[in-house]
Structures are given as C-alpha cells and as structure tokens.
Write a protein that binds this ligand. Structure first.
Ligand SMILES: [Zn+2]
Ligand SMILES: [Zn+2]
Length: 133
C-alpha cells in the first residue's frame, strides 16, 4: 500500500507540473478534472480497484499537489551558505542545498517548509506571517 501511494504521488506530481502554467496561475477546473480522470483510469486498470474509490483518492492528492506546487513557486530562492540544522526536522542542511525561506530570512529545507506552510502561514521560529500575495 505504501508503494502504491508513493507511485501515485509521483505520477500526480509530474502531471501537475505539466498542467500548471509557469506563471503561478491555477489551471482551469476542467483541466484539473480531466487530469484526475486520466490518472484514476490508469490506476483503476492497474490495480483492479473500484474507479470511484480511486478517483476520490486521486482528487485529494491532486488538490494537495497543486497547493504544494503553487506554494513552491512563491518561495524565495535561497541556497544554504553555511551548514546548519533545519529547525523543522532537526536534520542537517548541507551547504549548497536549495532551501526555503520566509521574508524574515529564517531558512529551512524546501520540503520541510512546504509541508509547514500548507497548514500554517507563520514562520515556525519567529511567527513572522507570510505575505501570501
Ligand atoms: Zn528539514
Ligand atoms: Zn522567522
């Protein structure tokens, strides 16, 4: 089951990058629905599971992937200059890695920051609120 979800996520991610324009604009609802149907059809054929069940799961991961990708585009492009500990996962951030940063310039792993800002708009360190526009 874990493999199935990871595979699904990869396909969803690739598809989302394909349908989102490079200018942070959201694709039309029809485009999104079409893309959900395509992924769900493939999945249903591969797994033999019920199409409607797969469609609902796919719809959730697509919505999440779109939010994720749009957020990624709003991140300030930051590269880590000095190795440091990521305040979210407490693991090392290596010099030269791409990082995510708030306007307050607190820096995190890009992945960690994306997971954080999808649920909370504030910097986890200083509570600085992002200007989402
Ligand atoms: Zn991290
Ligand atoms: Zn901060």
């Amino acid at each position: 089951m874990a493999n199935y979800i990871e595979m699904e996520d990869l396909i969803v991610k690739q598809t989302i990058c394909g349908i989102l324009s490079p200018t942070s604009e959201e694709p039309s609802w029809e485009t999104i629905q079409e893309c959900i149907r395509k992924i769900a059809t493939l999945r249903a054929i591969e797994t033999g599971e019920d199409f409607e069940t797969i469609r609902i799961v796919t719809q959730l991961s697509v919505a999440h992937a779109i939010a994720y990708e749009l957020e990624r585009r709003t991140l300030l492009p930051v590269v880590i200059v000095d190795s440091d500990i990521c305040p979210i996962c407490h693991e090392d951030m290596e010099e030269g890695d791409e990082a995510g940063s708030f306007e307050c310039l607190h820096t995190f792993h890009q992945e960690c920051m994306l997971k954080w800002i999808i649920t909370k708009p504030n910097c986890p360190i200083c509570r600085f609120e992002r200007d989402v526009n």
